[in-house]
Design a protein around this ligand. Sequence first.
Ligand code: GSY
Length: 165
Amino acid sequence: MRVGKRVYLGLGGNQGDRLGNLRRAVKLLRELPGVEVEALSAVYETEPQGYREQPEFLNMAVRIRTTLAPLALLRETAQIEEKLARRRTVKDGPRTIDLDLLLYEGVEMGSPTLTLPHPRMRERAFVLTPLRDVWAEEGPAPSASKSLAGQGIARFRETLFEEEL
Ligand code: GSY
């Protein structure tokens, strides 16, 4: 039987080797004790939201099971961001990789460092579209809180490979 809680993560970046950074992030997630990666979405090339004058992002979603508590998992994902040399100079600006905790089974919380469910996920096509790929609950994935029609998003020509699971 599978142990732990189901968690959905959103990954994205727009600096350097974008696909390589997603691969490395998934590999590091897989290596975490207490984390089992269950499913990877396709990779999407997406127009930047927020600060618009920056390169396009690659985004994807990952479904995991984990025995780590939310804040412990957040510490681990922050370390993965550090390992991939994330540098944030402009708020909402370019970054090598972001790992966002979107949903954590059975948890609603607001702490200074972590809000669950992710407070802006329903406004973001770059989150919702990949999330649908890996959605494993009964019923539909979370829907958009307003129209996402203007947010450019397209499946990327390459994807991560099953053997990376
Ligand atoms: O964590 C969100 C970072 N981010 C993104 C992103 O990942 N993708 C797109 N398309 N736009 C974004 N704006 C911000 S901030």
